[in-house]
Structures are given as structure tokens and as C-alpha cells.
Design a protein around this ligand. Structure first.
Ligand SMILES: [Mg+2]
Length: 179
């Protein structure tokens, strides 16, 4: 169960305290794409997120996309954001995370994974000792398999709140303002 507990929970990537991450010795960010940086059904990176990526780079973080999404789509966004990408990642498998760390030249202890899913992004990162940050999915649209997993995810997060491993406030946004 601990392997599913995110180190931090935020609503959006833009809410993440980058200076705090730096103070933890984190200098590499592994980024999920779908519903983390762009809506699952969108072909456009919002200006808000474009600006965030620029800010992240300006602060000296090395970045890499790690996505289970359609390879063509992932490669296009990676080019647009000027960063490497691990495609066909099959998170939570270990290999895509290790490959991403290799691409940015960081150790697991120097990296954070940012994503919207507990069973892929957070679990994969935690297994390797990568700092895990769970954010609220940008949109409701996603694969039907993901939708099924969301119920389980929600149950898990509620359990973390009950056990005081996460604050109710942290997961509230994700549950549409309800606990
Ligand atoms: Mg995602």
C-alpha cells in the first residue's frame, strides 16, 4: 500500500513548489503527458503549461516525458517542448523510468515523477525511490481502462486520508471538491 502513496499531491503542475523540490536535492523531472500536461483528447499545449515548462528549465531542472500514450503524439509534444521522451513506456514497469533517468543523467534520488495516475506514475516512481507527485487529471476523458482504475484510485486515496497519510485537503480537488 505504501508503494501507492504519493510523496506530494497537487492540483496542477503549475502549483508544484519547484524551489522546495530543489531543496530536497531534486534536479530532474520525469513528466507524464496525458491529463498531466495536456488533456487526453487535446492536441494543444496550453500557454500556461508552455510557460511552466520554460520556468522549470530556467530553474535548471532536466526534464523528460515518460508516456504510455500514442508514440506519434508523445514525440510531437516532446519536440514542441524540446525535451527527450520515453515512448511506449508501459508504466509502472521499471525500465521506462530507468531509461528516462539515463536520458537526463540523474539518479533516482535526484528525480521526481509528476503524473495523474496512482497505479502507473506514482507506483512506478515509488518502486524505484523516485519522488512521486500526484496531480489532478486535467480532463475527464481517458481510456476506458483508466476510467475503471480511477474508482480503485479514489478508494485508495480515501484510505490514505483515513489513515492520515494524506490530508483531506490534498485530495479534495481531485474528487471534485468533495472528500
Ligand atoms: Mg496521465
Amino acid at each position: 500500500m505504501k508503494l501507492l502513496l504519493p510523496n506530494q499531491v497537487y492540483n496542477r503542475v503549475t502549483d508544484i513548489d519547484l524551489d522546495h523540490l530543489s531543496s530536497l536535492g531534486i534536479s530532474g523531472l520525469l513528466l507524464d503527458l496525458d491529463n498531466t500536461l495536456v488533456k487526453f483528447d487535446s492536441d494543444q499545449l496550453d500557454n500556461e503549461f508552455k510557460a511552466w515548462i520554460e520556468q522549470v528549465k530556467a530553474k535548471g531542472f532536466k526534464v523528460c516525458l515518460v508516456s504510455n500514450g500514442k508514440p506519434k503524439r508523445v514525440i510531437r509534444f516532446a519536440k514542441q517542448m524540446d525535451m527527450p521522451a520515453v515512448i511506449r513506456a508501459f508504466k509502472p514497469k521499471r525500465s521506462p523510468f530507468l531509461r528516462a533517468l539515463e536520458l537526463i543523467g540523474k539518479k533516482a534520488s535526484e528525480a521526481a515523477m509528476i503524473g495523474d495516475q496512482l497505479f502507473t506514475d506514482v507506483l512506478g516512481a515509488n518502486r524505484l525511490g523516485i519522488h512521486s507527485i500526484l496531480i489532478t487529471p486535467l480532463g475527464k476523458k481517458e481510456l476506458s481502462t483508466t476510467r475503471m482504475v480511477r474508482k480503485l484510485e479514489r478508494r485508495m486515496l480515501n484510505r490514505f486520508v483515513k489513515k492520515r497519510m494524506l490530508t483531506a485537503e490534498a485530495v479534495k480537488q481531485r474528487h471534485g471538491g468533495k472528500q
